[in-house]
Design a protein. Structure first.
Length: 366
């Protein structure tokens, strides 16, 4: 072998050695997923007479800093927000938003041409909101604890009227709906809490601690640690919640209504129960053949006992009084609503959980 060949061979071997050394020293890169933990926020407990509310503040919509207190509502799905003072007044008319094209962006809020009407209540009494599908980054909570959520679909309304057609004041009925379904306006509008990034360690959903009866006030009392966003494995398996699998409804996504028996006044009926933080004072039992309800509405007298037993064995008993646990019996043929709706008083004695990922609701006696 010539000297030239020896030099060439030496270079090739050197390259092989360098390459071998390079690959032998290279380490696989492991992508470490950030450990995401649940976020806990406080809510405001408010009372006016017999009516109670729990409010969740909204402090940023798009790029617009605001301070609005939305009704935290387990009985509806999706946030509804009045457009007043969020977008220019020149864009808002009694017949709709003024813009051209399929959508427009103002103050970081995308307003689409998808229109609709949302009703709260039943055919005897309802509030109607008229507006459009919109998208925006939002911040929920306030200086005492908050959470930023990205590009949340919601219902931006330009007009709100009561059952008589009278226009209500701006922001009179801003609602933060956290139900498991979706809006009948469009399936894109769902609970904003679904837009919390749970990573791989949490399940999408929330749990609501029992409310403190003594802290409801006319000024609104901030109560910490009421709302937990993001569910751990222990929440779903070992925390004592009785889980109820939800059914898929037509058009509205998964229904929050739970099959149960309802015992009152010495009789027992079957029903579908909605546990609704958005109902401020009066539980409504729907009974199509109750004499009490034959003419429309009847109130159970104080010291009446009501017991519900769900199809999964959750049992809750309460006694009516003149100032709490108010209960009416209605005829669904009059109201057009077959659901028995439990008011906010239920949440003073019971914990509540919604698992969006697995389509189930958990109930727990406190």
């Amino acid at each position: 072998m010539t000297t030239k060949h020896l030099l060439l061979t030496s270079k090739i071997i050197g390259c092989i050695l360098i390459t071998t050394a390079f690959f032998s020293c290279k380490k696989d890169k492991t992508v470490v997923q950030p450990q995401i933990t649940p976020v806990t926020l406080g809510l405001y407990e408010y009372a006016s007479g017999i009516n109670k509310r729990i409010f969740l503040p909204i402090t940023l919509v798009g790029t617009k800093a605001v301070t609005y207190y939305t009704v935290f509502d387990t009985g509806s799905s999706g946030m509804t927000l009045d457009a007043t003072d969020i977008i220019p007044a020149t864009m808002i008319t009694s017949s709709g938003f003024q813009f051209t094209g399929d959508s427009t962006v103002v103050n970081g809020i995308t307003i689409t041409s998808t229109k609709g009407t949302i009703s709260f209540g039943d055919q005897l009494s309802s509030t109607k909101e008229y507006g459009n599908l919109a998208y925006a980054n939002i911040t929920i909570g306030d200086a005492q604890g908050n959470l930023a959520l990205k590009r949340v679909p919601f219902f931006l309304y330009y007009k709100i009227v009561d059952e008589t057609g009278a226009k209500l004041p701006a922001h009179a009925s801003d609602v933060f709906g956290v139900g498991p379904g979706n809006s009948y306006i469009t399936s894109e509008i769902q609970s904003p809490l679904r837009y919390f990034n749970t990573g791989t360690s949490l399940t999408s959903g929330f749990k609501l601690a029992t409310l403190n009866k003594s802290l409801f006030s006319t000024s609104g009392t901030y109560v910490s640690n009421l709302l937990t966003i993001g569910l751990s494995n222990s929440d779903l398996s070992s925390s004592g919640f009785i889980m109820h699998t939800l059914n898929l409804s037509n058009g509205g996504g998964y229904s929050p209504n739970i099959p149960a028996t309802i015992a009152y006044n010495g009789k027992t009926i079957s029903g579908q129960i909605l546990f609704d933080t958005g109902t401020p004072s009066t539980t409504v039992i729907e009974d199509s053949d109750a004499k009490l309800a034959s003419n429309a509405i009847g109130s159970l007298p104080a010291n009446s006992t009501v017991t519900i037993t769900t199809n999964k064995g959750f049992v809750y008993t309460y006694t009516t009084s003149s100032t709490g646990n108010l209960t009416e019996v209605q005829n669904p043929n009059n109201t057009g609503d077959y659901r028995t709706i439990f008011s906010l008083d239920f949440f003073i004695s019971n914990e509540y959980l919604t698992d969006y990922s697995n389509h189930q609701i958990g109930l727990k006696n406190n």
